[in-house]
Design a protein around this ligand. Structure first.
Ligand code: CUA
Length: 348
């Protein structure tokens, strides 16, 4: 299983080199036993207006720089081959050229023009992406970065969730980004560029997914031990489906009679100091809101699938999934952990 986890992790990086290194490292340090499918996609597969703009700009910049590379490398290769030393050349010196006005003018003006063009197109894209004004029908979400998870608050809908951001198709989502601790960076490559999430500051970004589905993202600013496992998902729904999701999230937690033991345990040990479960006395704000935990695909910000086994491992000792995670190992008896997991899995 740990090998499967490794292979998945390599997919996230999409780089053969780091994959090889990861596999090598996994031979020495066995890591997380839970694999979550999904790769962080490329910016070359955009699905939202700001991402389209960034894609167009990237292609243009790549085109210009590729042309420069081909011209410079071509001239260099030609000169090396054409003017290489030949037998009998020992005493001959090439023509010595000093201070050619034309050449000096050319290699000053041409690069200046290229840099100026790159500066203008980049600035135009930046302004177009950042100065968007939210239309009347925009969805507003407050994003709060934590070590190492994402909190999503929908002020107009009264919904709070974590790590998986649900949005409707057909209207833009405008985000305000805040941090509860250190600097993070919010990044969903297919929807928009990276936006830093800075303490004591509110940054903004927006996107509008073009097709329904799940878009993977990742914290893109080193923020501590588990920066790499600070992932996120954006789930884009048809409008009606989104309204159904909102209605479900607004409900208090389900009270299932068979899970009473687990619920009482949750409320009598320290869990409730950090986690909120709507409709119960658990009202902590330090960790993710668990009211509708089971509507999420993953736990621990995408580090493990949201299954009973992974929840059991997570509650027993979070370090086995995410070393350094701020949730402590509660040192509970295994049977108590089972009861709590049984309760948590009723939170649909
Ligand atoms: Cu949060 Cu890196």
């Amino acid at each position: 299983m740990w090998l499967a986890g490794r292979v998945w992790w390599c997919g996230v990086r999409e780089r053969a080199a780091s994959c090889a290194l990861g596999l090598l490292a996994s031979l020495i340090v066995p890591t997380c036993a839970f694999a979550v499918p999904g790769n962080i996609p490329s910016i070359f597969d955009p699905h939202s207006p700001p991402a389209y703009s960034i894609h167009t700009l990237s292609v243009l910049v790549l085109g210009i720089t590729a042309a420069i590379f081909v011209i410079v490398a071509g001239l260099l290769t030609y000169s090396i081959v054409r003017f290489r030393a030949r037998p009998g050349d020992e005493d001959r010196e090439p023509p010595q050229v000093y201070g050619s006005n034309q050449i000096e003018l050319a290699w000053t003006v041409v690069p200046t023009l290229i840099v100026f063009v790159l500066f203008l197109v980049t600035t135009r894209t930046l302004i177009a992406i950042e100065n968007a004004v939210p239309p009347e029908n925009a969805l507003h979400v407050r994003v709060i970065g934590h070590q190492w998870w994402w909190e999503f608050r929908y002020p107009e809908q009264g919904v709070v969730t974590a790590n998986e951001l649900h949005v409707p198709l057909g209207r833009p989502t405008f985000l305000t980004l805040e941090s509860a601790d250190v600097v993070h960076s919010f990044w969903i490559p297919q929807l928009n560029g990276k936006t830093d999430v800075i303490p004591n500051r509110v940054n903004r970004m927006w996107f509008e997914p073009s097709v329904a589905g799940t878009y993977l993202g990742q914290c893109a600013e080193y923020c501590g031990t588990q920066h790499a496992r600070m992932m996120l998902r954006v789930v884009a729904h048809d409008p009606a489906e989104f309204e159904t999701w909102v209605a479900g999230q607004r409900e208090p937690a389900a009270a299932v009679a068979s899970a009473t033991t687990g619920r009482d345990l949750f409320q009598s040990v320290a869990c409730m100091n950090c986690h909120r479960i709507g409709g119960t006395v658990a009202d902590g704000a330090f960790g993710p809101d668990l009211t509708h935990l089971m509507t999420r695909e993953t736990i621990a910000a995408g580090a493990a699938p949201n299954t009973a086994d992974a929840l059991h491992a997570w509650i027993t000792n979070p370090d086995t999934i995410k070393p350094g995670a701020l949730m402590p190992a509660m040192k509970l008896a295994d049977n108590d952990v089972k009861e709590i997991v049984a309760y948590l899995t009723t939170l649909k």
